[in-house]
Ligand binder design. Structure first.
Ligand SMILES: [Zn+2]
Length: 392
């Protein structure tokens, strides 16, 4: 925690504002005396913050409370529709755009298949049209939109608004400044696993998720690291490439040019490969593997077992290196949480050795395959509800 003495007047003002808005948001109805008591702030400080928030539309007077002697206190409520944010998740399969309100509720969602557009540029234009049509349909003026968060499957330089490299989308060094200018709405970009990790810490069901590693299982394996509630990327912006740690000396070539990478054994494609090896049948959909019919077959269960063994080799290494509070298994595989948990629970030895290791709890994502798009929409809301940089 930052030392109070090192903060400037401006920073203290910002912290007070953020704390007041959160205090009102977290209670359905409250009063300024209640906020003052809760935050240990003086009545004049609370009053001036509340007056400003009322003027900006974030807070409104929703009635009067019972008097405890003297004047009846005014009840204050948070206006969840005072501003909105937009989240976009781009994957090689789908591109999803959502509109979210300030309580994190998804109001509208639009998707298209990446295979339907001819290239990345066209996908970006399609996103633009979806955003404009959502805003027009809901009659939301752009000035009420805090920003657009983009979740991208690759290396990202968030300050420069650049997607460095996304091999699965066939794009390099894409600059989102033009997109931002055309729309006239602030744009935020972030890597998919980082953003899903972030989404999970805010909207996931588990408590105290301030130190988390999120393992996103899709075409590849991405990992997002959250340390003390901040996304950890480090100086070269490349931290979290656990998908490419070497776990085998088999000479199978990875997309990255090396061999034996974890991603070759723990991605969605690896599970397809194990399925085909065991059953002799081709598969390219997780839904097929996790169908009730297939889950009842011994060979399919063996394929999933083999896959989980490899998945947990990598997770063990992550736990030994970072010892987070949680490792969250998510991405597309996260959608099959119930099936996988049932599978693991039936094998008692798996349950005891898998789900907790060195004090780290290993859990499946609460947000399923929605983590990235939810996290993307939450990014622009940082400026309202948090008072520090989210990336270290
Ligand atoms: Zn690799």
């Amino acid at each position: 925690m930052a030392k109070f003495g090192t903060l400037s007047q401006e920073q203290i003002k910002e912290i007070n504002r953020v704390n007041v808005i959160n205090a009102i948001r977290n209670n359905k109805e409250t009063t300024k005396h209640e906020v003052s008591r809760l935050l240990k702030l003086s009545i004049p400080t609370v009053t001036s913050n509340i007056n400003k928030l009322i003027k900006e539309g974030f807070v409104y007077e929703s009635g009067v409370a019972e008097s405890t002697g003297g004047r009846k206190p005014v009840l204050l409520s948070f206006n969840e529709n005072a501003r909105f944010s937009i989240g976009v998740n781009m994957t090689p399969e789908h591109v999803t755009t959502i509109l979210m309100n300030l309580n994190g509720i998804i109001i509208e969602s639009k998707s298209f298949k990446y295979s339907k557009v001819k290239d990345f540029d066209e996908a970006v234009q399609h996103i633009e049209r979806n955003i404009l049509s959502i805003l027009e349909g809901r009659q939301i003026p752009k000035k009420k939109v805090l920003g657009i968060g983009l979740s991208l499957p690759g290396l990202v330089e968030e300050e420069k608004l650049i997607l460095d490299n996304a091999p699965n989308l066939g794009v390099k060094e894409y600059d989102f400044h033009e997109f931002q200018e055309r729309l006239g709405i602030k744009v935020y970009v972030e890597n998919e696993a980082n953003i899903a990790a972030y989404g999970e810490t805010i909207q996931g069901q588990h408590k105290n998720m301030s130190n988390v590693v999120y393992v996103s299982i899709t075409e590849g394996v991405g990992t997002g690291i959250i340390i003390n509630n901040q996304i950890y990327k480090s100086a070269h912006k490349k931290a979290g490439e656990f998908g490419h740690m070497r776990i085998s000396d088999e000479k199978i070539q990875c997309n990255c040019g090396r061999t034996g990478c974890w991603e070759l054994y723990a991605s969605k494609r690896a599970l397809f490969k194990f399925f085909t090896e065991m059953t002799g049948e081709f598969v390219d959909q997780l839904a097929v593997i996790f169908s009730e019919e297939n889950l009842a077959k011994a060979q399919v269960r063996e394929a999933i077992s083999k896959y989980l063994e490899y998945l947990f080799i990598g997770i063990e290494n992550i736990v030994l290196g970072l010892n987070p509070e949680y490792v969250i298994i998510g991405g597309e595989l996260g959608k099959y949480k119930d099936e996988l948990l049932q599978f693991i629970n039936e094998k008692i030895h798996l349950k005891s050795s898998y789900m907790e290791y060195e004090g780290t709890r290993i859990i499946f994502s609460d947000l399923g395959d929605q983590g990235a798009v939810i996290g993307a929409a939450l990014l622009p809301q940082q400026s309202i509800f948090y008072h520090r940089n989210n990336v270290i």
